[in-house]
Design a protein around this ligand. Structure first.
Ligand code: F6P
Length: 425
């Protein structure tokens, strides 16, 4: 294959993303979300949050005067921590990292020029992501939802904290120069995705980042994950297949309907997604909405092992069972999939999950529910095969801008598996 020198060097370049924007514009939220998404598409990202460095070095209790550009001591201290975070971002990209997200205000042209010079000088591609909010309601919600929770204002009266934070904000506003430098690559996100401006954005990873940022929002909402009701394959401890529900599985479908009605009264209409396999469709059949059936939500493809029990695999394909036990995340069934493959297959589902704002119930399968749970709970992709998602249980995940909380509803009926079938190889 002939490669042009330009494309070869581009593909090897690592990526630095530098956030831009006034405080309370959701930069840290976007940085965190982006980092999680990038790690789920196989990158090694890390976030370097300058506020975090500031708190480590100078303590959390700094008041607005510390942020006054006219205060030489405050300015020197802030420049010092900004440099430390940038040094660490560079070190990360020199080592194992593939993406560094530099999370700071970076609100002046001078600052952005320094960042671009430094990172491009080390051979990396730099993309600035600026978050602009014209809508005062978004800023207000941001201040209330994140700043009052921040360690900067721990133990401070909320009204006093809001007053101080507004003073800090107006200091930044005075010096703020929105990004418009022709030489830089940038993405401007206005009012959390209502408008997006792209400048000199090209290439695979930056394009995927744009696509992700187009879909992301900060509205709190609830997602319920469940596996299908017990199927005939579950009963006989066989993996895969396309079996129907058992009597107990059908009972679970009924319990799920009751649960759905209760949640509807609290949340309003709840969208429902299933896989295209019989057992999830039957589980959702009695719900009072039309479910959307996604092929991408089908269970992990066990390839030549589809329809076998774990015991049969252990006996007749011992080396496969061993390989899976050694690295369950990367192990790919012959002519089937690995968890790593499954994550890739689920990417459109994940993007749609980010996009929709309504409450959502997903009726899927063990491996799929584990992956979605891991993503929503911000856990490492490699841990996916080991999350506990039992049958006949709904996992309720409530996402807030700063965290996701979890509650489990064991709806029954109970379907305890004999121990030897409980854990797969
Ligand atoms: O046993 C039910 C099941 O959904 C199988 O169809 C699937 O292969 C398996 O769970 C996934 O779990 P594990 O990765 O632990 O084998």
């Amino acid at each position: 294959m002939i490669r042009s020198p330009a494309s070869t060097s581009l593909s090897r370049q690592k990526l630095a993303i530098a956030m831009v924007g006034l405080p309370a514009r959701g930069k840290t939220y976007l940085a965190r979300k982006l980092s999680r998404y990038l790690s789920w598409i196989g990158q090694r990202p890390a976030v370097f949050n300058v506020g975090h460095y500031r708190r480590l070095r100078f303590g959390a209790g700094q008041r607005s005067s510390f942020f006054d550009p006219a205060d030489p001591a405050g300015s020197a201290a802030r420049a010092q921590v900004a440099e430390e975070a940038l040094d660490d971002a560079c070190a990360w990209l020199r080592g194992e990292g593939t993406v560094a997200i530099y999370d700071a205000t970076n609100t002046t042209r001078e600052r952005r020029a320094t960042i671009a010079r430094r990172l491009e000088g080390e051979g990396h591609r730099v993309v600035f992501v600026e978050s602009i909010c014209h809508d005062p309601a978004i800023v207000e919600a941001n201040v209330r939802a994140t700043k009052l929770e921040s360690p900067d204002y721990e133990g401070v009266d909320p009204d006093e904290a809001v007053r101080d934070f507004r003073a800090r904000l107006s200091l930044y506003e005075r010096a703020y120069e929105p990004i418009d430098e022709d030489a830089l690559r940038f993405i401007k996100i206005i009012d959390l995705g209502r408008d997006v401006v792209l400048h000199r954005i090209e290439g695979y990873l930056p394009s995927r980042i744009v696509y992700f940022l187009l879909n992301v929002h900060a509205q709190p909402r609830t997602i319920w994950l469940t596996r299908h009701g017990q199927s005939a394959s579950n009963l006989h401890h066989r993996i895969g297949g396309d079996a129907s529900l058992t009597r107990l599985g059908a009972q679970y479908a009924g319990n799920l309907r009751t649960f759905y009605d209760e949640q509807w009264r609290l949340h309003g209409e709840i969208a429902v997604w299933t896989s295209t396999l019989r057992r999830t469709i039957e589980t959702a059949r009695d719900l009072p909405v039309d479910a959307v059936a996604w092929r991408a939500l089908d269970e992990i493809d066990a390839g030549v092992c589809d329809g076998m029990t774990y015991e049969e695999i252990r006996v007749s394909m011992a080396s496969e069972a061993e390989a899976r036990a050694k690295d369950k995340f990367r192990y790919r069934y012959p002519r089937g999939e690995s968890y790593q493959d499954l994550i890739e297959r689920l990417e459109p589902v994940i993007l749609e999950l980010e996009r929709i704002r309504t409450p959502l119930l997903i009726v899927s399968h063990q491996a799929v529910a584990r992956v979605l749970y891991g993503y929503l709970m911000e856990l490492a992709p490699e841990a996916s095969p080991f999350h506990d998602v039992p049958l006949h249980t709904v996992v309720e995940l409530q996402s807030q801008p700063t965290m996701t909380t979890e509650r489990r509803h064991a709806l029954g009926p109970r379907v305890d598996l004999p121990h030897k079938f409980r854990a797969s190889p």
